[in-house]
Design a protein around this ligand. Structure first.
Ligand code: PFF
Ligand code: NA
Length: 430
């Protein structure tokens, strides 16, 4: 029987654009400033950067190498390496479906805010009331559907024509918008108050274990290394494609966006005398208050939410792709049918989250806190079972830089231990 050849990336640049596209998302622009705001600004930024160098880059090499070596998504990769691997693969597929479901709700709010900025409506409303009326409502359900439909459209077109091309267009635009907004924010009156908060660490807070734990799970989520998306993206790599330098580029790009988002949010928030600790409402309530007071605010508001739409869609595409690929390879369904059917399934799973906040919280906690880090751990174990020597060889194929041999013991011992430690201490630290 002739099996259809697996799709691949068209170019190295296309792959890096898609990888950065997956990584950069609401995690960077909505969650990162929110957490940095809650955990002491620079006191959060510093642990985050330390962990990124220690764990983040390695995590990307682990998942891509595993994907390329096994030529499959998580089900394939774990089946080939671990006992009960098939079920572990199904588990991470379900996890990413749950992530896609709640993530789409938030991205739906973003689309609504973008429209309200364009129409000027956002100048007239009271942001907290607007947000509270929108967040969990029938209307939110509609926007959730729109997000899923857009994602289906891109995924249905395939790896090169859909995902790669969409990212090659969206990513450069995203960077331009980001710079424009950061320049606007840091040149506001009293912006330096925000810069101080963001750049001068309160040393007593850096010592807090909780801060490190939050920084770690934030980093895994932000880099999309939960044993699913990056394994699939790695499986589309060709032998001649580079892994290590791409990992550095992706980690750098993702972090640059998160850090820059902080430069957009904090100077603006402090300049208008607002609080950086608003949590989830920072982007949906506090920032709109800033835009209302700023000259030309609606233009910047529209740009900001457009930026979030690009960032978010390039991430949702990488989520849906995981189980669409599983359905194509395991159930032999066509890409179009798989995209539509699984997209609709996600809508059904996500719909209650648009109406019931408790369900929304449950989805987030299960998928990102309880199961997400396990996905990263399973991927690490799968690679170890494959053999770190063989994995190291795979990693070096097409590599544009030489990876130190230290990579092997790091992946075999330190990396999984770090994951287990974070995982356990999440619960101990509450
Ligand atoms: N990394 C994305 C973000 O920061 O918004 C979210 C994400 C995408 C998480 C894909 C996990 C994933 F598999
Ligand atoms: Na991210």
């Amino acid at each position: 029987m002739k099996v259809l050849a697996r799709e691949t990336w068209g170019s190295r640049v296309g792959f890096v654009a898609a990888a950065i596209g997956s990584a950069v998302g609401l995690g960077n622009i909505w969650m990162f400033p929110m957490r940095a705001g809650l955990y002491g600004g620079a006191a959060f930024l510093i642990p985050y950067l330390v962990l990124l160098f220690a764990v983040g880059v390695v995590a990307l090499t682990v998942e891509w190498t595993l994907g390329r070596a096994t030529k499959g998504g998580p089900i394939e990769a774990f089946e080939k390496t671990l006992p009960g691997g098939k079920y572990l693969g199904i588990l991470v597929n379900v996890t990413i479906l749950m992530i896609f479901a709640f993530y789409s709700l938030v991205l739906g709010w973003v689309i609504r805010y973008f429209i309200a900025s364009l129409s000027g409506e956002l100048t007239r409303i009271e942001p907290d009331k607007f947000f509270n009326a929108l967040a969990f409502s029938r209307e939110a359900l509609l926007w959730l559907f729109v997000v899923i439909a857009l994602t289906i459209a891109i995924v249905a077109m395939g790896v090169q024509r859909g995902i790669e091309r969409a990212n090659k267009i969206m990513m450069p635009l995203l960077f331009v918008l980001l710079i424009v907004l950061a320049v606007r924010s840091v040149t506001l009156p009293n912006a330096y108050e925000g810069l101080k908060f963001y750049l001068l660490p309160d040393l007593s807070k850096i010592a807090s274990g909780k801060t490190w734990m939050i920084a770690l799970s934030q980093m895994f989520f932000s880099l999309s290394v939960l044993g699913n998306t990056m394994v699939v993206y790695g499986s589309y790599l060709r032998e001649e494609d580079d892994i290590p330098l791409s990992a550095i580029a992706t980690a750098f790009g993702d972090t640059a966006v998160a850090v820059t988002a902080g430069f957009i949010v904090f100077p603006a928030v402090f300049s208008f005398g607002l609080e950086p600790t608003a949590g989830p409402g920072l982007v949906f309530v506090t920032l709109p208050m800033v835009f209302q007071k700023m000259p030309g605010g609606m233009i910047f508001s529209a740009l900001f939410f457009l930026l979030l739409i690009f960032a978010g869609l390039s991430s949702t595409v990488s989520m849906l792709e995981v189980y669409v690929d599983s359905a194509i390879t395991k159930l032999k369904i066509s890409r179009k049918n798989a995209s539509v059917l699984l997209g609709l399934l996600t809508f059904l799973v996500g719909a209650p989250s648009a109406l019931y906040p408790a369900y929304f919280d449950w989805l987030i906690n299960i998928s990102t806190v309880y199961v997400g880090p396990l996905g990263a751990l399973i991927a690490a174990l799968a690679l170890i079972k494959l053999g770190v020597d063989r994995a190291y060889e795979e990693l070096q194929k097409g590599a544009l830089i030489k990876v130190p041999e230290l990579w092997k013991p790091w992946v075999k011992f330190l990396y999984p231990i770090v994951i287990v430690v974070i995982y356990i201490s999440q619960f101990l630290l509450g």
